[in-house]
Write a protein that binds this ligand. Structure first.
Ligand SMILES: NC(=O)c1ccc[n+]([C@@H]2O[C@H](COP(=O)([O-])OP(=O)(O)OC[C@H]3O[C@@H](n4cnc5c(N)ncnc54)[C@H](O)[C@@H]3O)[C@@H](O)[C@H]2O)c1
Length: 257
């Protein structure tokens, strides 16, 4: 029996990278999955991959920054699957070109916060009532290892991700007694389309990025999916308010080695 047998879930930003792998693994573990993304073609690609893996998927086109879009997407998942047991708030975007803090324009700052932080808030806001009505659940927000130490040129993004971890702990404080666990996963560098694009633009950063990880490699998207699915499942039944670093040792790396 799969870890998520019969469980009804959704993933935001599911059209690519870590979100797509999470949907595919969830399907292999027996879940039905709502594939939410701003890019409907990308979401359809993920839904096809889920069906190929023997799972059931529905696609919802949504901008997570838009509260009403998130509300109707969650409602649609609940209507199609009959409830909601788990959700991963994974979508990120809007960070724009790399800029120092004093160079970031207001529009880029606001869009990054709206997608990466407010999008997670919108997720929690509409997922919680659906999970309470379903008898409990598990929410997994995707933050970033970069928020623990700050990251040059990514000011708005790391600020948003720090907010995601604060929101996660607050969600755990508010809902754990009512049967909803709220946790986050903080990835290090993962070879997803966004990181591949970054390496294409700045080839010299590949070796430096690898060297930042104590394991001396970047992650495979399926490795984050494993962490998310574990947190979504009952196997992590006493874990709430945690930030699970899935980062190949970025935060324990030593310059001595
Ligand atoms: N890849 C990494 O190295 C890495 C490292 C740390 C954290 N993360 C985090 O992991 C998550 C997934 O990253 P990824 O590398 O797979 O990204 P990705 O760029 O490959 O995929 C992001 C997906 O989100 C969708 N999206 C963007 N804006 C959206 C919006 N407003 N509403 C709905 N969907 C939207 C995109 O269409 C895309 O399908 C993100 O939260 C990211 O910050 C990734």
């Amino acid at each position: 029996m799969g870890m998520l047998e019969g469980k009804r879930g959704l993933v935001t930003g599911a059209g690519s990278g870590l979100g797509r792998e999470t949907c595919i693994l969830a399907a292999r573990e027996g879940a039905r999955v709502g594939v939410l993304d701003i890019d409907p073609e990308a979401a359809e690609g993920t839904a096809s991959a889920v069906r190929e893996a023997g799972g059931e998927a529905i696609v919802c086109e949504v901008d997570v920054a838009d509260a009403s879009g998130m509300e109707s997407s969650v409602a649609r998942v609940v209507e199609c699957f009959g409830g909601l047991d788990w959700a991963s708030n994974n979508a990120a975007g809007g960070a724009g070109d790399f800029k120092l803090l004093h160079e970031i324009d207001d529009r880029t700052w606001s869009r990054t916060i709206d997608v990466c932080l407010k999008g997670v808030f919108h997720g929690i806001k509409y997922q919680v009532p659906a999970m309470l009505a379903s008898g409990g659940g598990s929410i997994i927000n995707i933050s970033s290892a970069s928020q623990f130490k700050g990251e040059a040129f990514l000011g708005a993004y790391v600020a948003a991700k720090g907010g995601v971890d604060a929101l996660t702990k607050t969600g755990a404080a508010e809902y754990s007694a009512r049967g909803i666990r709220v946790n986050s996963v903080a990835p290090g560098g993962f070879e997803t389309p966004s990181l591949i694009r970054y390496f294409e633009k700045f080839p010299e950063f590949r070796d430096r990025t690898v060297a930042q990880h104590a394991m001396r490699r970047v992650g495979r998207p399926g490795e984050v999916a494993e962490a998310v699915i574990w947190l979504a499942s009952e196997r992590s039944s006493f874990v709430t308010g945690a930030c699970l670093q899935c980062d190949g040792g970025v935060l324990v790396n030593s310059h001595m080695l």
